[in-house]
Every structure is written in C-alpha cells, then in structure tokens.
Write a protein that binds this ligand. Sequence first.
Ligand code: T3D
Length: 264
Amino acid sequence: MDETPILVDKRAGYYAITLNRPDRLNSFTEAMHRALMAALTQAEADPECRALLLTGAGRGFCAGQDLGDRLASGDVRPDLGATIGAFYNPLVKKLRALPFPVVAAVNGVAAGAGANIALACDIVLAGKSAKFVQAFAKIGLVPDSGGTWFLPRLVGAARARALSLLAEPLPAETAAEWGLIWKALDDDKLLPEAEKMCAQFAAGPTFGLAQIKRALDASESNDLGAQLELERDLQRKAGFSADYAEGVRAFMDKRAPVFTGKGD
Ligand code: T3D
C-alpha cells in the first residue's frame, strides 16, 4: 500500500502537488484519487493559494487507472461507470472549477486518464521527452476524463479521431505544434518554468483570472450573444475589484502592480 500517493507542498502563494506512485508511473488507485481530491479541496479553501502546479514523481506523469486494481477483480467485470462517476469525473470538474490557474508540468508519459487530466489543467507544459497517449483503445475502452471533449476542441476532428482510435503516443513537441498543450520544454527547464509561472500567477489578479477561466469554459456551449452578456457581467464584477483599481493606478504610475487577488 502506498503511504503517500500524493505529495503536497505549500509554497509562497501556490501549492505544488506531485502524483507519487513512480513504480506504477503514477497510475491512479482509489487511495490516490481520495488523496488528490483532498489536496485540491485544501488548496481551494486556502486563501493564500493563488495557483496550483500538478506534476508526477519519477519518469512518468500519470499512466491513468492502475490496471493492477482491475485485474484484482478476477472474473467479476468491474462497473467502470461507477468509478468514473465517483472519481475521474469529479476530479476533472474540480480542476476546471478551481478559482485560480492550474499548471500541469508533464514530466514524462501521460497515458489514458493521465493524459486527459493533464489536458483539464489550464496550462500544460511538458518536457520534450514526455508523450501523450490515448491508451484506452489498446484495452477496449473509450477515452474518458474529458478526452472526447478536449481532443476535438484542441486539435480538431481528424487528429482527435486518429489519436483516440490508434492510441499512438504523441511526442510533446508535436503536441505543442498541434495546440494540444502550451509548450514543450527541455526536460531540465520544465519544473523551473512551471514554478516560475505559478509564482507569477500567485502575484496576479486572482479574482480576475478566475473570471477568465469561467468565461472560456462557458464559451464552449454559449452562442455569441450569450457569451457577450456573460463577458459584460464578469467584466462588471472584475471592474469592481480592488485589483482592477490597482492595475490601472500602477499602469498610470508606471510601476508594477501589487495585486491582492481578491474580488473586493
Ligand atoms: O478503471 C476505471 O476506473 C475506468 C477508468 C479508466 C481510466 C484509464 O486511464 S484506462 C487506461 C489505463 N492506462 C493504460 O492503459 C496505460 C497502460 N500503460 C502503458 O500503456 C504504458 O505503461 C505506457 C505507455 C504508459 C508507458 O510505457 P513504458 O514502456 O514507458 O513503461 P512500462 O514499462 O510499460 O511501465 C513501467 C511500469 O509501470 C511497468 O511495471 P513493471 O514492469 O516495471 O513492474 C508497468 O506495468 C507499470 N504501469 C504502467 N502503466 C500502468 C502500470 N501499472 C498499472 N497500471 C497502469 N496503468
């Protein structure tokens, strides 16, 4: 049994969470799901937390579900709908809804649900040795954890279908060229770059950044009219924030702004 399937490091202004089952390429067990959800809930409740970094220990980011757990059920066929409903879907929804930016530092292979959990993060950085694998088809499953939603939106229908049906690994640099992720970086630059980004977000106008996340998520289902109205409403809220007042003052004073991150 893993003692600590998740490492949580509270840094100045952000949390760094490391998936920590390196022997199994950080694949998910129920214990890891529970620990990760608890860590995300803790980060969300902490007023000092203004960004989150998600990475993996060892040579992989995450290989999705631990298939050893599925083998353990022997001849009894597991109800995967139940585990998706209980663990994977709430995890993806939580990552999307966190009121601050979430940065994935994909340090190695991201496969199955592990790939799609990375794609659920706001900004995905990957080491050049990393690869993204929609591994599901290799074992008779369907991309989950938002895979069938994220892929066509990020890379288009043709690439989404081929990635899902062939389950071929996509190298990080191609993933960046295709727009699946933000950037592929030299492996030794990955964590420093992700940490720098999180530190930058931790000093940012967090309330405004949260409204940006909301607007972009809503745009996936809104028509232009509804989106314009949402932008108006969110801009009204942002415009009442102390950070907006500070941003304008700092611009006019030609100095760096000092944001509190709060909405009031
Ligand atoms: O079940 C539900 O609740 C439904 C939800 C499903 C969500 C899913 O994620 S389903 C998809 C599950 N994941 C996979 O199918 C990926 C399986 N892994 C791989 O295809 C390959 O391991 C990788 C492409 C990720 C990496 O390949 P490679 O050659 O770099 O490494 P490796 O040698 O295959 O793996 C290293 C070790 O990790 C190895 O163990 P060993 O031989 O050193 O003792 C391997 O068995 C283990 N490992 C890798 N992935 C998993 C795993 N062990 C358990 N579960 C895994 N998913």
